[in-house]
Design a binder for this molecule. Sequence first.
Ligand code: SKM
Length: 473
Amino acid sequence: MAYVALHMKYSVLQVESILFKTASRNIIPNWEGGQYEGDDATRFEALRLAMELGVDYVDIELKVADKFISFISGSKPDKCKLIVSSHNYQSTPSCEELADLVARIQAVGADIVKIATTATDIVDVSRMFQVMVHCQVPMIGLVMSEKGLMSRVLSPKFGGYLTFGTIDATKLSASGQPTIEELLDIYNIRHIGPDTKVLGLIANPVKQSKSPILHNKCLQSVGYNAVYLPLLADDLARFLSTYSSPDFSGFSCSLPFKVDAVQCCHEHDPIAKSIGAINTIIRRPDGKLVGYNTDYIGAISAIEDGIGGPGSKDAAVSPLSGRLVVVVGAGGAGKAIAYGAKEKGARVVVANRTYEKAVSLAAAVGGHALRLAELETFRPEEGMILANATSLGMYPNVDGTPIPKKALSFYDVVFDVVYAPKVTRLLREAEESGVKVVSGVEMFVRQAMGQFERFTGIEAPESLMREIAAKYT
Ligand code: SKM
């Protein structure tokens, strides 16, 4: 058996002893989108045998449910529940179509309705939630693909009968399936219920992020009833207007949405407004979205501590004061660092692939703009500080770097916002060139502390955060 179903009311041991389906996706027939090419007679026999051997559930597709029910003709033991399922590997239909499907599945005599659709956009999952909360019979509603992950983790919140987790991450029975370990240890699924608040990182891509593991472990440590999800979105405004209930109470926001987030929020913290980028969104009880920027303090304090020596961050004068800071990237993170460097009295140079964006950010902080190619020879003075605020070098494109290695020796300190991997190509080459480096992990932890406090109103457990960041980055 390649996966087990996690029944909300069962203990782990009980769950693992349930033979839920005779195999994985390869027993779903090819006409239902699976890989099973055999005949129904053989499959029906296997399911009947499983029933006789005492399984708790059998799962049969709606298209052949009538045929299967006549085949077993009243011989189903009382304890065995019949799940009747429908799979859609292309899309998620409208609420009306889903409700109609529920009614058709109920009509054939299912004990449990199961519908698995596919998310082409994360907002598709909301339709499954709507149908699940209104369903009068036990229902399993799952939305496949990475964009559908929410449907699997939030199943207990929206009244789902059970959810699926794979035992082995390399053997998924459907796309987007988390592992049992992730469901239990990271998402703490046994504690998710109707009142659980939903937090998460809205980004694209999002898989590389360590925020879910970091925030979930910290939420658990303080006993706060919330779960933090990776939210792979295509459009920030569409996401926020779809998941607009008070329970969707806070979000981190990363590439490529930090600048769009400014338009999406009703109110802004003054610093976030001046920066023009937001990495934290809080939904107030009145429904209004308020935007903050915790990147700024996270990055700048990490760089100040990294520079060290006299004039450290606690001194009246920042160690950045009077220094030349070269910021590569003019997106959300670039804006936060350029703004912060200027606030600390540094002179700022901005280099960016799209030169016009470098010009506009440089103008906003009273600095100068460079083309990316100019970094190779740019050396107006000694003691410069380089901050990479692009995603170059981030998983999976770990070979990327914003500047040729030979130019790194022009700098005293090199900082990278990328923290996955912990040692990026930029940081490795800087170290090889004898330059002091400041890891993105420092900024990651510090910006997350600010977010955690806004999400929960509770002081962030800093040492636990550092422990988790050290273990998982
Ligand atoms: O600003 C942060 C964001 O809050 C979380 C994050 C991540 O999880 O990778 C990266 C940064 O953009």
